[in-house]
Design a protein around this ligand. Sequence first.
Ligand SMILES: Cc1cc2nc3c(=O)[nH]c(=O)nc-3n(C[C@H](O)[C@H](O)[C@H](O)COP(=O)(O)OP(=O)(O)OC[C@H]3O[C@@H](n4cnc5c(N)ncnc54)[C@H](O)[C@@H]3O)c2cc1C
Length: 462
Amino acid sequence: MHLVMIGGSDAGISAALRARELDPAADVTVVLEDAYPNFSICGIPYYLSGEVTHWRNLAHRTIADLEAAGMRLRPDTTARRIDVAGRKLLVTSAGSGEELLSYDKLVVGTGAVPVRPPIGGLDGPGALGSADGVHLLHSMGDTFAVMRTLQDAAPASAVIVGGGYIGLEMADALTIRGLNVTQMEQLPEVLPTVDPQLGAHVRGELTANGVEVLTGTAARQISRATPGKAGRLEVQAAAADGTVITRAADMVLIVVGVRPETTLAAEAGATLGVRGAIAVDEGMRSGLPDVFAAGDCVITHHRLLGRTYLPLGTTAHKQGRVAGENALGGNRQFAGSLGTQVVKVFEQAAARTGLRDHEAQAAGFDPVTVESAADDHKAYYPGSHRISMRVTGDRATGRLLGMQLFGHRHAEVAKRIDIAATAIFHGMTVDAVSDLDLSYTPPLGSPWDAIQVAAQAWVRFP
Ligand SMILES: Cc1cc2nc3c(=O)[nH]c(=O)nc-3n(C[C@H](O)[C@H](O)[C@H](O)COP(=O)(O)OP(=O)(O)OC[C@H]3O[C@@H](n4cnc5c(N)ncnc54)[C@H](O)[C@@H]3O)c2cc1C
């Protein structure tokens, strides 16, 4: 049995590891376009900030670890065409030219690519790129290019286009490096994946750390600055009322989201679904014979929404594991995502799981969202922090649908959102969250944990 995985990131490597774990005799080949298998791209901001001192430290596993697990790695090799009927994969590499790899089962883990927004200066003749200090950020290659700009051009200022979680992490990272950062977000608030009430707290943290935050501001044009002016680049943007805003900067980072990379699978005849991602069933089967797909290139089965597109590293790992198991003949199901996520912004963290009010409404629930706040541990013990919480539940059934938290990075926001994720996963009511037997000692918690206080506030809501 020869399994071929395309893609050397979370999905492809998880599939390969699972297959080898289940069947140490399985012949597993991983084809990847670059030379960085199993790198934690989620850690890129912390390498660029300098907190992670060497890019090699971002590897979940080294090449030697992966080879010891029994997979054959084909780095710097691009998959070009899938011959579904013949079960062959055409690949090219600088060393071997074109080659046909036979497979019994194929796992497509081609991931996502960053969105290039329609901003003047990014395309066409004379387009600005990394040599000019204008960057997209997704791969290790992109990371090296940003690091070259940081080291060689010693920028004093940066404009970050995009106020989503990667943009926020990079505002934190570049500020740590000593750059003056301007963050532009076209929506009315940063971190639009949480409610604006919590997004406003995130904006407060950015501002408190010297980041200039321009919300409701859409970047329109990036140009080389006129010699003699401050900064080597100029970013022109439009405010919501049409006012033109101009900022000079030495580098520009564009982080406005990703789209699934599906060319290979689509050309082989795979059906595409939400947001153009590869349609798969819960067993990660693409519908093409013997072809599985997982990670950022596929649609996401969501426990409350059904099919959606929610590219996250945690999900890619789980889906890859399912694909690897099923490629060996197993019958594992991806249990579904809740979109659970957390981001650290300077000293604070914001997290969410499940649905926000408008999402729940669109999904046919009758949601009510109640905001409350509680201390992470007993306030009499030094170092307590307030956590802001928003709980969304279904009025008709009392079911917990979603939770959002904002609080200090040491206030266990991530683990508290994970309790909520567990409760939603198991279909609990908001009220039943109060019944959970959670741990307590004054320096670390309260007899009623913060999220139980939030649940009780929701239940009390008229
Ligand atoms: C800066 C940053 C921070 C992030 N932080 C978080 C976080 O904190 N938490 C979280 O859950 N998620 C985070 N993510 C998202 C997470 O990294 C992705 O969801 C996850 O890596 C997706 O894994 P994947 O294997 O599906 O795809 P990708 O990581 O996109 O990898 C795709 C792989 O396929 C290869 N490939 C593509 N086409 C071909 C081809 N034709 N031939 C051969 N190889 C090919 C690529 O080279 C690559 O190896 C972050 C992402 C970024 C960029």
